[in-house]
Design a protein around this ligand. Structure first.
Ligand SMILES: Nc1ncnc2c1ncn2[C@@H]1O[C@H](COP(=O)(O)OP(=O)(O)OP(=O)(O)O)[C@@H](O)[C@H]1O
Length: 418
């Protein structure tokens, strides 16, 4: 009995082993068929002649299921820059050269701005400023924010361009070339559009961090566009620590100059105050030539702050090795004798020392400055200066650039999200 039982069980084992082997064989065959199907028929067509895929994998073999790529992520299909005719160079900044170019493939004449990313000192890929600019601009959809059409590539791996909507002027060169100042109705029109753009950015938790006249573009239809998002960041609630070396000196808020670790959207509002004043005066309000000089100019104009008007002030000053000359008065009124009382109130609202009390874009838009005469002019009635664009071959920015502490190399995801 015992012998026959043993015989049976060993037969069973052999039988099971054989079946297992067969199943495995069939499975293997089936799997390899699936893989070859995937290879010969990718879900996304990919032209091998195009050198760059800015997005990750095209499809995954892991689960043998194709991964559809959302249309907006099809950066692997970047067009070549040779599909554009470069017409002329229109600007040059710290992070790249900008060209006016014509899209040869567009059925209607389309002029774009091509900003070439400067890669000279980059050893590890795209600079962080470019990655920030691309990721934030792709998120934005507002008429007062410059539109990023697409990423365009050159033959070399390191030639990458942003193709953006073309704007006739930037406010810095426009102001530089104008013989007479903007009228108050025009100043209001520009300020209103800037505040609308900022309201959109701030409600999407984006802080621009480098607002200045040369980063405000104007189309030939008088529409203002906020540009240059190379320093912009996503803010978080509560606000995170950010590098303090942001915003070109003349537009830099006092909390940035004093090294506050918590930088908020209020730094954009201080810069907006400086821009408002500059448009009105036709010259920069606070043209400092060093950080100390900048602070000195601010305190002279707005009075020396103290902890009763700005609670954070004493703790910020505790680590400073300089003392302040007391200046008890706010001298703004004497600088703007022609500004109405409401206009003056709005200006002071943007220059409140305490960032948590400084005017926001949303609040400023409610100011009756925009409903009293002269009313803001219609953007279509803004002057167009076609001749000025040609005058501007190089960026005329004479603002001192203080080193902006920007790390180079490929950013981590955290960097992008900070
Ligand atoms: N979309 C555009 N249309 C027309 N001109 C543009 C456009 N984008 C940029 N420019 C011009 O190019 C100049 C430099 O562009 P941008 O500010 O984006 O470069 P950047 O290297 O980031 O400059 P920055 O040194 O100010 O950080 C602008 O001041 C403007 O004159």
């Amino acid at each position: 009995m015992g012998k026959t039982k043993k015989k049976h069980s060993s037969k069973n084992k052999k039988y099971k082993k054989n079946i297992k082997k067969k199943i495995l064989k069939v499975l293997k065959k089936w799997k390899s068929k699936q893989v070859s199907k995937q290879v010969s028929k990718p879900v996304v067509e990919y032209e091998p002649t195009r050198p760059i895929t800015l997005t990750g994998q095209l499809f995954s073999f892991r689960d043998l299921k194709p991964m559809p790529i959302p249309k907006k992520d099809l950066l692997g299909k970047c067009r070549f820059v040779s599909e554009f005719d470069k017409l002329n160079r229109i600007g040059e900044g710290t992070y790249g050269v900008v060209y006016r170019a014509k899209d040869k493939k567009s059925p209607v004449e389309q002029i774009v701005a091509l900003k070439q990313i400067r890669m000279e000192n980059e050893k590890e890929g795209l600079p962080i400023s470019a990655i920030r600019e691309i990721s934030l601009l792709f998120k934005c959809d507002h008429e007062n924010i410059v539109r990023l059409h697409e990423i365009v590539v050159g033959k070399r791996l390191d030639s990458i361009f942003l193709s953006m909507e073309y704007c006739e002027h930037d406010l810095s060169s426009l102001l530089h070339n104008m013989t007479t100042a903007f009228t108050e109705a025009q100043v209001k029109c520009i300020l209103l559009q800037l505040l609308k753009g900022l309201k959109y950015l701030h409600s999407n938790f984006i802080i621009h961090r480098d607002l200045k006249l040369s980063n405000l573009l104007i189309t030939d239809k008088g529409c203002l566009k906020i540009a240059d998002f190379g320093l912009a960041r996503l803010s978080s609630v509560p606000s995170k620590k950010m590098t303090t070396k942001v915003v070109t000196l003349w537009y830099r808020a006092p909390e940035v100059l004093l090294g506050s670790p918590m930088l908020t959207k209020a730094i954009d509002m201080w810069a907006t105050g400086c821009i408002f004043a500059e448009l009105f005066l036709h010259k920069p309000l606070l043209p400092g030539c060093s950080e100390m000089h900048q602070l000195d100019l601010i305190f002279k104009l707005f009075g020396t702050p103290n902890s009763s008007i700005w609670p954070e002030f004493d703790s910020l000053m505790a680590h400073k090795h300089f003392t302040l000359k007391p200046q008890p008065y706010n001298n703004v009124r004497s600088k703007f004798p022609e500004l109405s009382d409401v206009g003056y109130r709005l200006l002071n609202f943007l220059f409140i020392y305490d960032p948590s009390r400084r005017g926001t874009a949303e609040e400023s838009l409610q100011s009756s400055y925009f409903t009293e005469t002269p009313l803001p002019c219609d953007p279509n009635l803004m002057p167009t200066f076609p001749e000025h664009r040609n005058l501007k071959s190089k960026k005329q920015s004479n603002q001192p650039k203080v080193a902006q502490n920007i790390p180079t190399g490929l950013p981590s995801l955290m960097d992008l999200l900070q």
